[in-house]
Design a binder for this molecule. Structure first.
Ligand code: AMP
Ligand code: MG
Length: 401
């Protein structure tokens, strides 16, 4: 067996951030900016009103109150997207809508709730300070401001900001295309009834979702039979269009575990028995520069193996600074059973954040075939080699969401 750290280092050594491309801003969610983004113009570009109401001169309203409203003639209306037809003079008001430019001559806005008006006049029942409800030009960003530095991960808010400064495209590390196969003669797909010995393919849909959640483009490459030639042909055909490949099944010690054998022939393969539970076997190969992750077949094993090996690699390809999930220390609220076997155990766990920090309990059955407990889990408890973790012990945990 090799240590988890050594196994991860072998993957890390052959994976690099993908080349830079310009993408449409709306398709850049989760990607990493590879340029310095500068605001070419001020945001907002002009002084405008934050409220629906009336543009006024604040000096005209200093004595306005409920008991003594100040009445002003309404000399125009400014809608968002329009400009006032003429400047505002002393003793006048203009109806104005949120986002509309402040008319020349006005220095405050009184919100509509503090007024009563008809077509031609408005009665103001309160004084307002100078600049009231006016959003100055450049209040959000001045022209020339560096908005984002390279290395920034694009969230929905970043897409909003890029759009606000007029960017339609942005330079990023290309989004990896990651192809996913299942392997196994026992696997069936779709709404069919099971024949004896058959099970439904759950790894491929789960791994495709994990790939998408990691931020990559998931490519469904279907199910392969336990057939050496079929696996060989499929892997050769797939490396071209993908930046990484993921298979599940066929990497253990069984008679029909051909993925390992094919990878050994095709590319630079490392077959590892990693000192972890679940997910001990891992076949990791590189074919024509494309990393191939041969994950174990048991559903929990393939998911844990994805978390530990494939996800960090995908994030590195994306140029993401956060290649790893968040880790915390948690207090065990119940015994987490294990025995000494030379391996680090990754137990499906329910984590909760309480006033004294994170707490952890088991999410249920810990067999590598027991997917239900994985769905109930929001984290993995990382138990170093040794005996049971007792109530009150501190445990390292990995947050899955
Ligand atoms: P293997 O690694 O191919 O020996 O498979 C180990 C276990 O995982 C067996 O019980 C398989 O039936 C099961 N398994 C393999 N692939 C899948 C899959 N795609 N979906 C669900 N179970 C699977
Ligand atoms: Mg199999």
């Amino acid at each position: 067996m090799i240590s988890l750290g050594d196994a991860q280092a072998r993957v890390h050594a052959v994976v690099a951030a993908l080349p830079l491309v310009e993408v449409v801003v709306g398709e850049a969610l989760g990607l990493v900016i590879a340029e310095q983004v500068v605001a070419p113009e001020a945001i907002p570009p002009f002084a405008n009103t934050a409220m629906d109401g009336f543009a006024v001169r604040f000096a005209d309203l200093v004595n306005a109150s409920d008991d003594a409203p100040v009445e002003l003639p309404v000399v125009g209306t400014v809608a968002a997207g329009a400009v006032a037809e003429r400047p505002l003079a002393a003793g006048e008001a203009m109806r104005i809508m949120t986002g509309a430019p402040i008319p020349e001559g006005a220095d405050a806005v009184i919100m509509v709730e503090l007024t009563e008006s008809d077509d031609s006049t408005v009665r103001c029942i309160a004084a307002v300070p100078e600049g009231n409800h006016i959003r100055p030009a450049g209040d959000d960003l001045q022209a020339g401001t560096v908005v984002f530095e390279p290395g920034t991960t694009i969230t929905p808010a970043h897409i909003g900001v890029l759009s606000s400064v007029g960017r339609t495209h942005v330079a990023v590390h290309r989004r990896p295309r990651v192809g996913v196969f299942s392997t196994g003669d026992e696997l069936v797909v779709g709404p069919v009834s099971l024949e004896p010995g058959q099970i439904r393919d759950s790894n491929r849909p789960q791994l495709l979702a994990l790939v998408a959640e990691a931020g990559a483009e998931a490519v469904d490459l279907g199910v392969l039979r336990d057939d050496r030639d079929e696996i060989d042909a499929a892997l050769r055909a797939a490396v071209d269009g993908c930046d990484a490949l993921i298979t599940s099944g066929g990497v253990s010690m069984g008679d029909f575990d051909f993925v390992k054998a094919v990878l050994a022939e095709l590319g630079d393969l490392t077959w590892m028995q990693v000192a972890i539970k679940p997910a001990k076997p891992l076949a990791f190969g590189v074919l024509l520069g494309t990393p191939i992750f041969g994950l174990p077949g048991n559903p929990v094993s393939s998911a844990v193996s994805f978390e530990l090996f494939a996800r960090p690699a995908i994030r590195k390809m994306m140029g993401r600074p956060d290649t790893e999930r968040t880790h915390e220390w948690a207090i065990a609220d119940e015994v987490l059973a294990r025995s000494r076997d030379g391996k680090t155990h990754f137990q499906r766990a329910v984590l909760s954040q309480e006033s004294d920090g994170w707490h952890v309990r088991s999410a249920g059955g810990q067999g590598s075939h027991q997917l239900a407990a994985l769905a109930a889990a929001n984290g993995l408890a990382i138990l170093p080699d040794g005996d049971d973790v007792n109530v009150g012990d501190r445990v390292r945990v990995m947050l899955l969401s």
